[in-house]
Design a binder for this molecule. Structure first.
Ligand SMILES: CC(C)(COP(=O)(O)OP(=O)(O)OC[C@H]1O[C@@H](n2cnc3c(N)ncnc32)[C@H](O)[C@@H]1OP(=O)(O)O)[C@@H](O)C(=O)NCCC(=O)NCCS
Length: 170
């Protein structure tokens, strides 16, 4: 952990690690990291739009609901005074953990929230007996690559190949 974060170790997780609440004090923010509560679903989708994470061929609301109802996924949130400051969708395929929709509210970036919520994702994945976590970053997105590198993530040197299975999408 870098100097930005002074975590209060009050993680509470149930036997299978499905609940997760942590109070984290950052440079200027005291936030709770918890499962995204339904009252903040709308704010989460707004945050994803605001931070440029949505694409016309993806429905972020449907993505969110799938993640929240799936048995191997969830969305974590950093919340302060009932305001959503950051999110990360985390899940696993039985072999690796994956992170999507990592976003920190623009006015609260560079205060350690991204690092804190990624730490919570790592714990969520680890608690399920999965030894590796990974994510995809669009080529050329150097600032985000620099962020992940600060957290110890390295280029896996793989090419991701994909194919749409729904006719309407590019
Ligand atoms: C990427 C993002 C989540 C980072 O969150 P953040 O709260 O600003 O990051 P943190 O403050 O926790 O930074 C953690 C470390 O990364 C570094 N860092 C953060 N952003 C950086 C950047 N753009 N360039 C270089 N380093 C960066 C910080 O200096 C810090 O280093 P330190 O702890 O060793 O001092 C945030 O910028 C964001 O929401 N961006 C828009 C959405 C997005 O692109 N998400 C990623 C999709 S793949």
């Amino acid at each position: 952990m870098g100097g930005a974060i002074d975590s209060i170790p009050c993680l509470t997780a149930d036997a299978i690690g499905s609940a997760l609440t942590r109070v984290t004090t950052l440079r200027r923010v005291k936030a709770t990291i918890e499962l995204l509560p339904p009252r903040l679903y709308g704010e989460a989708v707004e945050l994803w739009c605001e931070t440029g994470l949505t694409r016309p061929w993806n429905d972020p609301e449907a993505d969110l609901r799938k993640a929240m109802t799936g048995s191997a996924s969830t969305v974590l949130a950093a919340v302060a005074d009932d305001v959503l400051l950051a999110t990360a969708m985390v899940g696993h395929d039985g072999h690796r953990g994956w992170v999507y929709y990592l976003a920190v509210r623009p006015g609260h970036q560079r205060h350690g929230l991204g690092r804190a919520i990624m730490g919570a994702c790592e714990e969520w994945v680890s608690a399920r007996g999965i030894a590796k976590i990974q994510l995809m970053v669009r080529l050329g997105n150097e600032p985000v690559i620099a962020f992940y590198q600060r957290l110890g993530y390295i280029d896996a040197e793989v090419v991701v190949l994909g194919r749409r299975l729904d006719a309407e999408s590019p």
